[in-house]
Structures are given as C-alpha cells and as structure tokens.
Design a protein around this ligand. Structure first.
Ligand code: GAL
Length: 682
C-alpha cells in the first residue's frame, strides 16, 4: 500500500530521477560489462533493472544456486553508482522445472499444454510453481538483503498469465465454493438452467475451456475474476517474503499498460510500494502522444496519485509483430514522450533495454545501446536525455502534500468492467471497454483537460466530474455510490449500455442502464445497435454512430434529440443526450456513440458546467500542458506536439535553461518547456 511506510522505504530512492533500463549482463562476456558501466556513466544512467529473466542462470538445477555472476554484477554497478532494481525471475521458469513438474505447465482453453522454450510457461495455480517461485525469491532476498546496490525489488515481470487444465479446474472450484457457498446459489446466479448446464457436483465445473458454441457469460466472467485473484496471490507470496527479509526495501511490479487485462491493477497497487509500468506506443502519429498521456494517467491513478516509475519504454523499434513490422521513432520523440511521462508523475524513465542482444527471441528490439554501438543517433539522444534528466533532478522530490497531479476529473477504470465488455454475444461488438475509455481520455486530452482514472469502488468524492464510458455490470452498491456522488454535488457522465446488468451479468429488468436509471432520470426501453458504417444525426448538429437507443425521460431533460433519419424504432426528437439535476449534482447520459468532435463539444460543455478548468488557458489541440508537484513547488510542463511554434504566456523559471519567463514564450514544434512556477502549494 502506498502509505507512510512506503514513503520511508522509497526515500532511499529519491534525489535524482531514475534513468536506465533492463540490464542483462548474463547474456554477455564479462569484458562487455566494463564497457557497459563506462557507457552508463557517460549517459547519466543511475539505475539498472537486473535479473528479470535469470532464473535458469541463478538456479541451474533444482535447489542448486549460482549467485557468483550476480554478485559481481551488483558489486560492479555499485562501484559505478548505479542502483539496482533487482527482479525476482519468476516469469520464466527454467527447463528443468517443466520436466520435474509437467502439471505446472500452462494449458490453453483448447486443452493444449504449452512447453518451455519461450517465457511465462507456468500455471499460476500450480502448487509446484508457487513453491519454486517462493524458494528463489527467498534465496535472492537473503543473498542481497544487505547489498548496498539494492534499491528496490521488482517482483516478477508483467503478471498476466492465464492457464486452463486440471490444476486450474481444481483451484477454480475452490474459489467458486468460497464465493457461492453451495451449488444451488451458483446455479441460480449463473442461471445454469439456460442450455441444460445445471451442476450437481463441484467436480462437474471446469474452467471455461473450448466448447461447442457460446459459453455461459457469468461462468466466463467469474473465471476472469478467479484468474486475476490467482495472480494477486502469486504477488502476495513474494511480497510477504520480501517484507520479511528486507522490510526497508521498497517493492514494485511492472504493469503492462494498457493492453494486458488479466490482473486487477487496483488490487496489485494496494500491495506494493510503488506502481511501475511498461509502456509502448500504440501508434506512430499524434495518437501515440495521447497514448503516453493515457498510460501515465493510469499509472499515477493506480498509485493513489503518488509518483510512479516508468519501468520500460523503447528508444525506437518495439517488438510487436501485430502489424507485421516495427516502426522507428523520429528524432526527439523519445525525449518529448519522456517529458510527458514526467509531467504526469513519473519519477524517471527506464527502458527496455540497456543493450540490444545479439540473438534471442527479441533480438531486433531497440535499446539504449543499439547493435550499431554507442557511436549512433540513438545513443547520442540517450546521452542528451540523461543530461536533461539530471537538470530536472528537483522533480524527484515527492509532493509535500496531495497528489503529484491534482485533477478534478476522473474516468472510471475497472478490470471487471473490461472483462464484462469482453462477453461474447453482446448486442454490438462496438462496446469494447478500452476503446471507450481511450476515446473519453483522448477527447479530454484534445480539450486540454487532464484527468485521473478512478476505481468505482474507491473515493469518487475527490472529483468534480466522473465519466463512465464503459461499465456494463454494475452492482447495487456501486449504483448507490454513483448516485450518492451526484446527490452530493458531483457531475456524472454515463455512456450508453453502462449499468444494463448487475455484477453477475444478469440484465436489470424494467429498462436498460437500469443501475443508473434513477440517477439519470430516464428509462431506456430498447437498444438499437447500428451497422459499422451507419451514422445518425442529432438535432444539435452532432453526428453519432455504432449505437442508438429508445430513451424516455423520467425527470431528465433532453440536451440533444435524435434526428428524423434515425432508426424507425426511434422517433425524431426523442432523447439522445440528456441532463438530470439530482440533489446538488447533475447526471448526464450519452445514449449513442458521438463522433469525436461532438464528444469533445459535449464534454467541454459538461466540464464547464462542473467548474473544471484546464491547467492553462492555451492547453489543448496538441499543446499539452500539465501541472505537477514536487516538494512544495508546482511545475508547469508545456509540450508542443504540433508542427508549428506556439507561444503560450508563461511565468516562472525555465528549469532546463534557467531563464526567467514572464510573458509569451516560443515553444518550437516538438519541443517542451518545464516551468518552475513562482507559487508554492502550501
Ligand atoms: C515488455 C517486457 C520485456 C520485453 C518488452 C519488449 O512487455 O517486459 O521483457 O519483452 O516488452 O517490448
């Protein structure tokens, strides 16, 4: 939990912004290590993440350890003032482990058992895996507890493994028995009467492996919850050992953002001292900039508003064959993106990876030291960035009070909402969680409005405006807390389809979006999904698509109605966008998927009504402006993502150049300014 104790543990860390990356010296002869530390010093690197995939080198046979090479690496790094984020290597069990414990290998939904030869070849439910992971964690902790280079524990790597098969089935049954108590309750909750699925014995229930046609949605959703709980259990195993052996050393684990969703980020964050993230741009163009902002906002929010660590980004090419090729980053982009992460609360920037390997699965992935060596554009930029981070060292101080960025808007983020949205056979495949959340975040980014994400089971009252772009399954308790938020003066925006079921995916009777109906002051009679290329016009000039609804007012007012060309089910003028005063607050509803410009216009209207301001009046439209706190000082980050020089009015000290600013300041295309403002947050 990021509490006061965490603050004390992390104190050993502050002083400078962390700079460095994943370091894999075990892949190289020792003479290269000496070149490594020389280059690290030249580049201003002060942090190395070591041992992430070293299990087979550290434990070459069951119970036999070889720490000699790691001892020498730790000593060498320490002698060169490089702090070590020491990983537990449990993401990649060695080959001997698979042979000794074949039942601990992962199994796909189709029943195929996967073999070692890549990474993550383990089943998190397997007792043998859990025991082996605990043993190597304890051995490492005991060996390096007192080593002066040890700055932080990096547990595992990107938890996210899901496995089916007999070992999982047994664990799943145990989880279900605990949750439901008896089979009658489970049968009723899952409505197993549908398609003759009634279970008479626990042994009849399996993880939802491949089946003939559509599976039971409640069964699948519970399996996702179970799988995430398993991973939390794996994390707990290791954190308990590390806290016992090294109570003063902070613990982190790296979240793969935002695409991995097999774990519960909020639950993870409560267990560690600091959230770390791995973040790779999902797009080359401007969407890549919004992606950086999104990843950073997630990380900070998961970390309860405290500074967080960027554990991995790439200098240029990223190993992702989804699109069949890797794309190079243009000069200056790595720097600009890094400043974006810092603006949004990062305590530094680490990379995957320090040095590109000569061979191995990801051998053409970029690094700080590329294959072509240090005499390269990439290493030059790496060195310049290291020097610049040195000039920004004062940002390493945690805020003396309050969150590192103080935002008044939050978007609801919940792993459960994502899993629910993955249910097959929903009325439209255009109801994806990540897409909806990203669109809301991007609209705010374009408006220059900065936001957090919030756990719907957490504290909504901190915010003036809360957005719910995608949350199909809403429990009565959650519905009550959204309603209480509005009554107490909050502004809530709910997107179509949200709240249409309870937490077990049982449709709420009487009208869709039923969990929100009293709050929104309306009744949704029918869902009317649209074809992918079909658009509808609203009577305020907005364009929308993908989805529409037959909505009846029950206290709300219509802000925009459907036009006359909507689906025949929907009469012209019937409510599309609504607004409902409730208690001291207002609840807004968007019953259709607004086109980007219309979404921005309506969110701008709503945030204005909610009294939400931007960090700077010039923010938006590619000029990203974010206020960050460090110590008792405020810093304004101004990042120009456009292709023209822009000249916002700024006042304070330019931290990178030392010049005093008071008036319009030219920020060249692609450049950034970090201003220490003349105010304090006391
Ligand atoms: C990360 C992972 C690294 C490396 C990298 C490649 O997700 O943690 O080990 O695989 O991706 O981009």
């Amino acid at each position: 939990m990021p509490d006061e104790l965490s603050g004390r543990r992390l104190a050993r860390w502050t002083g400078r912004l962390a700079y460095g990356g994943d370091y894999n010296p075990e892949q190289w002869p020792e003479e290269v290590w000496h070149e490594d530390v020389r280059l690290m010093r030249a580049a201003g690197v002060d942090t190395a993440t070591v041992g992430v995939f070293s299990w087979s080198m550290l434990e070459p046979a069951e119970g036999v350890h070889d720490f000699g090479w790691l001892d020498r690496v730790m000593d060498l790094l320490h002698q060169n003032d490089v702090k070590v984020v020491l990983a537990t290597p449990t993401a990649s069990p060695p080959p001997w482990f698979s042979l000794a414990h074949p039942e601990a290998l992962p199994v796909t939904a189709a029943g195929v058992r996967l073999m070692h030869g890549s990474r993550d070849t383990y089943n998190p439910a397997a007792p043998a895996y859990r025991a082996a992971a605990r043993r190597i964690t304890r051995a490492l902790a005991e060996r390096y507890a007192a080593h002066p280079a040890l700055a932080m524990w990096h547990v595992h790597n990107e938890y996210g493994t899901v496995s089916y098969g007999p070992v999982t089935d047994e664990a799943f049954r145990g989880w279900l028995a605990e949750r439901y108590g008896d089979l009658d309750t489970l049968n009723r909750t899952w409505n197993t009467a549908f398609w003759s699925q009634r279970y008479g014995r626990w042994e009849e229930i399996f993880a939802p492996q491949a089946t003939q046609y559509l599976p039971n949605p409640a069964h699948v959703l519970d399996f996702k919850r179970f799988s995430a709980d398993l991973l939390t259990g794996c994390l707990d195993d290791q954190v308990a050992i590390l806290r016992e052996v090294t109570p003063d050393v902070p613990v982190t684990t790296n979240f793969m953002l935002p695409t991995w969703n097999h774990y519960d980020q909020w639950a993870f964050a409560r267990r560690i001292d600091q959230v770390s993230i791995d973040h790779y741009l999902d797009n080359r163009g401007p969407a890549g900039e919004t992606h950086v902002a999104f990843g950073a906002d997630l990380a900070r929010s998961f970390n309860a508003g405290r500074p967080w660590l960027l554990m991995e980004q790439a200098t240029t090419l990223v190993y992702d064959y989804a699109g069949g090729r890797m794309y190079a980053k243009e000069p200056g982009r790595m720097r600009r993106n890094t400043l974006q992460y810092l603006a949004r609360g990062a305590t530094g920037s680490l990379f995957f990876q320090w040095r590109s390997p000569r061979v191995g699965a990801e051998f053409f992935h970029s690094a700080m030291v590329p294959h072509a060596g240090p005499d390269t554009r990439i290493f030059q930029e790496v060195t310049e960035l290291g020097a610049e981070l040195g000039r920004l060292a004062e940002l390493a101080e945690p805020p003396s009070r309050g969150p590192v960025n103080d935002h008044r808007v939050a978007i609801v983020w919940q792993p459960d909402a994502w899993w629910a949205a993955e249910t097959r056979a929903l009325p439209s495949s255009d109801t994806g969680f990540l897409d909806a959340v990203r669109r809301a975040h991007t609209a705010l980014w374009n408006l220059g409005v900065n936001a957090d994400v919030v756990d719907p089971d957490g504290d909504l009252a901190r915010y003036d405006l809360v957005l719910v772009p995608s949350m199909l399954a809403v429990s009565d308790e959650q519905a009550g807390s959204f309603d209480a938020f509005v009554r107490a003066g909050g502004h809530l925006v709910v997107w179509h389809f949200a709240g249409s079921t309870d937490e077990h995916l049982r449709v709420r009777p009487g009208g869709y979006s039923g969990a929100f109906a009293p709050t929104l002051g309306l009744r949704v009679e029918e869902h009317v999904p649209l074809a992918a290329d079909e658009a509808v016009a609203l009577d305020d000039g907005s364009t929308a698509g993908a989805w529409s609804e037959l909505v009846h007012l029950a206290g709300a007012e219509t802000v925009a109605g459907y036009g006359s060309d909507a689906h025949p089910v929907i009469p012209a003028g019937s409510p599309a966008i609504t607004r409902h005063r409730r208690g001291a607050g207002v609840a807004h509803y968007l019953s259709t998927r607004l086109a980007d410009d219309a979404l921005e216009r309506h969110l701008d209207r709503i945030r204005t009504e909610a009294g939400v301001t931007r960090a700077h009046e010039a923010a938006g439209g590619g000029l990203e402006i974010v206020r960050r706190r460090a110590g008792d000082r405020d810093y304004l980050f101004v990042l120009n993502h456009t292709s023209e020089t822009l000249s916002p009015v700024l006042a304070g000290t330019d931290v990178l150049t030392g010049r005093e600013l008071d008036g319009p300041v030219d920020v060249a295309a692609g450049d950034a300014v970090v201003v220490r403002e003349n105010t304090t947050t006391n």
